[in-house]
Design a protein around this ligand. Structure first.
Ligand SMILES: Nc1ncnc2c1ncn2[C@@H]1O[C@H](COP(=O)(O)OP(=O)(O)OP(=O)(O)O)[C@@H](O)[C@H]1O
Ligand SMILES: [Mg+2]
Length: 479
């Protein structure tokens, strides 16, 4: 991934040609079948290639793009089903039509379940086969075209430092790309640390306003009077301490973007004034009489449910609808765990570079703990944990031992206590100790030596604990 560009999922091999003749690969061990299909399809205008074994077929697919594969089910060596599974691993969408012998219905059902689009039984009917091929390729090309349009759209916009490959985040990137160039007001909702400010900046940076100021203001952190004079400015003498006139942030942000952070905590009076600016693009300095016209795009963020505040009468309904023109909902990190390794590597790289340290990586154990953790503080918490790991590590790998205890011990919280409030401290500690040891054993595939090393205790100590805690050693699954 290059810095400054959006991380889109890696495409699997060459993209299918969306123009020119569609390319079909025939995989069949019988020369007569290959030749007959090749002739039929070439005459129809397809570009045809043939392979006589599954392995050869896979090689061809790796080398060049195809729009469809005709795959014999009964291949010698690795059979068609295995080859189908291999194709699916790398090319989830590539249409595959299975060629089957007459009367093998059971296999056909398996093939369809295994991801084949369709099947053709020998001896086949040319017209039907051609119709099936046309339909499958048509669908495939339409899907691919759609994907490529999306990729192109994503590439045209840059989202500096925003990382994500989960479906949820990709959708958000598309939405950001779509609404960034407009002037629409955007409301970004999401738990603390999910990246709301980052998204607000990306909206600004990809808008025609990008060379004008992006002005963030934490509306939740200020008392009403101060907030209002900060936003709207004041004339000299507007209040006792107003010894000089002062511009408000609405003027500072003129031509650019004003980011109203934590808007949920804004008082009702200020809400009314903001609503007015949103409607008329005009406002007055505190104590002033002159209307000031500004061109400011508003992006608001909140980590509380504004709808709920509206129901409770704490947030103006009309302002809510004004702000909610475009809503971007950032999912919590625990709801998009596939982004965790990507984010972790992104931060690792950043902190190693910032500290002038060689590149580091997490051990599989540590990465697993990162992926399993609940992340109540979301991406910000992950960022902090990675920084801590980088600073504490002396080698090039960061093990689970360099993660904060609550990460690796997250699942051992006080659940015994929850079930049994009268449990003694001794019992609670034993319970936690048992689960920590079980977990480590599980992770080291019940290899006690490995677990003892990981805990940095003698094997004999571990074995004593296993005995005392009545831990049943399970069979080892892998050697
Ligand atoms: N998708 C992401 N890719 C890279 N970094 C991210 C991503 N999301 C968040 N971050 C980083 O996580 C930290 C928190 O993000 P940000 O400040 O935007 O969150 P927030 O939702 O505004 O949090 P809060 O509600 O606490 O203000 C920042 O340092 C940001 O750079
Ligand atoms: Mg924020």
């Amino acid at each position: 991934m290059s810095e400054g560009t959006l991380t889109a999922p890696a495409s699997n091999g060459p993209a299918p040609g969306t123009d020119g003749a569609a390319r079909i690969l025939i995989v069949d061990d019988e020369a007569a079948i290959r030749e007959s299909l090749e002739t039929l399809l070439t005459l129809e205008g397809y570009a045809v290639d043939a392979a006589e074994s599954g392995e050869q077929g896979l090689e061809r697919i790796a080398e060049q793009p195809f729009d469809l594969v005709l795959l014999d089910l009964a291949l010698p060596g690795r059979n068609g089903m295995e080859i189908l599974a291999k194709i699916r691993e790398r090319h989830a969408q590539l249409p595959v039509i299975m060629i089957t012998a007459f009367g093998t219905v059971g296999n056909v059902v398996d093939a369809i379940r295994g991801g084949a689009q369709n099947f053709v039984q020998k001896p086949w009917d040319n017209e039907k086969l051609l119709a099936d091929i046309r339909a499958a390729i048509g669908r495939y090309r339409a899907e691919e075209e759609n994907l490529q349009l999306k990729r192109a759209l994503r590439q045209r916009y840059s989202f500096p430092n925003i990382v994500g490959k989960s479906e949820a985040m990709l959708k958000i990137f598309d939405l950001v790309a779509q609404v960034a160039p407009t002037r629409s007001t955007v409301l970004i909702q999401g738990e603390s640390g999910t990246g709301k400010e980052l998204i607000a900046k990306a909206l600004h940076a990809n808008s025609p306003r990008k060379d004008k100021p992006f002005v963030p203001v934490n509306t939740g952190a200020m008392p009403t009077d101060l907030l209002e004079s900060t936003l709207f400015g004041h004339v000299k003498g507007a209040f006792t301490s107003a010894i000089a006139a002062k511009k408000g942030l609405f003027e500072v942000a003129n031509g650019g973007t004003l980011f109203l952070d934590e808007i949920g905590t804004m008082g009702m009076d200020t809400q009314a004034k903001i609503l007015r600016v949103l409607q008329d693009r005009r406002f007055m300095h505190l104590g002033g009489v002159q209307e000031i016209q500004v061109d400011v795009r508003i992006i608001a963020a909140t980590n509380v449910d504004l709808r709920q505040l509206v129901r409770e009468g704490k947030f103006r309904e009309d302002l809510f609808y004004r702000l909610n023109v475009i809503a971007i909902e950032l999912p919590p990190l625990r709801g998009r765990r596939e982004d965790i390794p990507l984010l972790a590597s992104h931060f690792l790289k950043r902190f190693s570079e910032e500290n002038g340290l060689p590149a580091r990586s997490f051990t599989p154990d540590a990465m697993r703990a990162l992926v399993d953790y609940e992340w109540p503080g979301n991406v910000r918490e992950l960022e902090n944990v990675v920084e801590r790991g980088v600073v504490l590590s002396s080698g090039t790998t960061i093990g689970a031992d360099l993660l904060p205890g609550h990460l690796t011990g997250a699942s051992y919280s006080t659940s015994l206590l929850e079930h049994n409030p009268d449990a003694s401290l001794f019992d609670i500690i034993e319970d936690i100790e048992r689960r920590i040891i079980m977990d480590k054993l599980e992770r080291s595939n019940w290899n006690q030596t490995e677990a003892a090393e990981a805990f940095r205790i003698p094997l004999s100590t571990l074995n004593q604990k296993i005995k005392r805690l009545n831990i049943e050693i399970r069979k080892r699954g892998r050697e």
